[in-house]
Design a protein. Structure first.
Length: 527
């Protein structure tokens, strides 16, 4: 990343080269609202809410330590010496978190890529699956029908109670909505925060989301500080019930689970994927602004005005320039009247405008903007077929891209988020763990054939299939499927490969894995 584009993201006091506002209609905030809430001096900090008296006295002493006689102060201070960063001992983020959050709203490719990742990682729902220890107990009970049914009923009740309790921990958002907000912050800023509140008995009673751009990490890693509406709030790390509140009088602060995208350059904060495509983001911003300016000028390109045979009067020049500077904007059609000198035997007046730019001017930089879009999607590792713009992408290639997206992007992200969430689930039960539903690449017909094959070879039990479909287990469903004589013969035939023609026909079927056929005339792609 070069220096000019780094200024777009860095957490400094200078105005970024690429502003959030690309036109007056976007309603971007002014510079005062873009300021870091932690970069304020001690006098303003003392006027805010949420501080204990001991903290206020400490801030006052720090402020006076840099003063001399007559109210004079040193001018050799570190810029952060008497700001919220030093007073509350929090670490400065490597990039401007507020701007990283805002570009989610102004760049379509980035917006779509974030939404796709959120939808496929935590947006497909969740289930509770048995832990390995629970599965061992179930397997040990196979053969004892009454005991096994009792275990199944108990597990069903625990699963239902756990889901109901988890959904009751936030009156405004469901657990799924909370995780969508957290993961959106995680993809936009590189950091996501899950808030956990406890009852007087120490039991978890609240789970919610905290906006990432309002949070800062303490240097001692003993908690977090948030500033919202001129109020400071301290949060502990999840599971820590002993750390005292260093800034306020709240003796029972809530806890936080911090999700961050790893970067080797910073151990306190994460960095989002969009930072690696800063040049593409800046270029796309300027290209969009160029096109907006063109259409705001009523699609009139830049012209050279040529007058042959006479000289325009000062009044004519003034009217002509006023028309092109101000008269075109806001009006689609307008009549232009310019007084010209009369023709004579020696001269003939000719008025014409020659364009500086040749060719079509509308929607400029199409190829450049496509390259920027591809670079942003590459940074997110999201295939273009997932954002609804499969230009020239065949169905077979889209299918392969979906498989790669699921295996290399979605599933690792789900494992990471599940590990964090199961820290909460462990306080409720050690029987189940939470698993987010995965992106499905097979249709119902293909999945039914896979299940049938596993049931025939006794890899799965009927209740395993029913559990995946969300159905209640049934008696006898934990024993291997018993095959009759005809089914056994069919199984032997398929296992030994005697039906070569059937196997070849099935292997050559284009829809064997749920893939759609290519349009007529395109043919099948040979792999």
């Amino acid at each position: 990343m070069d220096v000019s584009n780094r200024a777009v993201f860095e957490n400094d006091d200078e105005i970024p080269l690429v502003r959030v506002k690309t036109s007056g209609d976007l309603g971007a905030s002014n510079d005062s609202e873009d300021a870091d809430p932690f970069k304020i001096d001690a006098s303003k900090i003392l006027k805010m809410n949420g501080l204990s008296q001991s903290t206020r006295r400490r801030v006052s002493r720090m402020e006076k330590s840099y003063e001399g006689q007559g109210g004079t102060k040193t001018k050799a201070l570190d810029p952060l010496a008497l700001t919220g960063y030093s007073i509350f001992m929090v670490v400065v983020p490597p990039y401007n978190l507020d701007y990283l959050a805002r570009i989610y709203e102004i760049n379509a490719s980035h917006h779509a890529a974030v939404n796709v990742k959120v939808a496929n990682v935590v947006g497909l729902g969740y289930n509770f699956t048995e832990t390995p220890r629970t599965l061992e107990k179930i397997e040990d009970s196979i053969g004892e029908e009454e005991k096994l049914n009792k275990i199944r009923r108990k597990l069903g009740r625990i699963r239902s109670d756990l889901r109901d309790y988890l959904e009751s921990l936030n009156n405004e958002d469901s657990f799924g909505e909370v995780m969508k907000k957290v993961l959106t912050d995680f993809e936009c800023t590189g950091n996501g925060y899950i808030e956990i509140g406890r009852t007087n008995t120490g039991k978890i009673g609240y789970i919610g989301h905290i906006p990432a751009h309002t949070m800062r990490v303490r240097r001692d890693r003993d908690g977090f500080i948030q500033i919202v509406y001129n109020t400071y709030t301290f949060f502990r790390n999840f599971g820590d019930t002993k750390t005292t509140n260093p800034i306020g009088e709240d003796n029972k602060p809530n806890e936080v689970i911090h999700l961050k995208k790893y970067t080797p350059t910073n151990t306190f904060y994460g960095i989002p994927d969009i930072v690696s495509s800063a040049n593409a983001l800046a270029g796309d911003e300027f290209a969009a602004k160029f096109n907006i300016d063109y259409f705001e000028n009523k699609a009139v390109p830049r012209y050279i005005i040529v007058v042959k045979g006479a000289k325009l009067s000062a009044d004519s020049e003034r009217k002509l320039l006023e028309f092109f500077h101000t008269g075109l904007k806001g009006k689609n059609h307008r009549t232009l009247y310019i007084p010209l000198p009369a023709d004579n035997d020696n001269s003939k007046v000719e008025f014409k405008m020659e364009p500086v730019e040749a060719g079509v001017q509308d929607s400029s930089f199409n190829n450049y903007r496509r390259e920027n879009r591809d670079q942003i999607l590459m940074a997110h590792r999201v295939p273009i077929s997932k954002i609804g713009m499969p230009e020239g992408v065949s169905l077979a290639n889209a299918r392969d891209a979906d498989k790669t997206f699921k295996e290399q992007v979605c599933r690792p992200a789900q494992d990471f988020v599940e590990d964090k969430v199961n820290m909460i689930i462990k306080e409720f039960t050690d029987v189940f763990v939470l698993r987010f539903n995965e992106l499905t690449l097979t249709d119902e017909d293909t999945q039914s054939r896979i299940d049938e094959r596993y049931l025939r070879t006794q890899v799965l039990m009927p209740n395993d299939v029913r559990s995946r479909k969300g159905l209640a287990p049934r008696p006898g469903g934990d024993t291997p499927l018993l095959l009759n004589a005809q089914a056994k013969a069919e199984q032997v035939t398929q296992t030994t490969g005697n039906r070569n023609r059937d196997q070849q026909r099935q292997a050559n079927a284009p829809d064997k894995t749920g893939e759609a056929r290519n349009p007529k005339g395109e043919g099948r792609q040979v792999k």
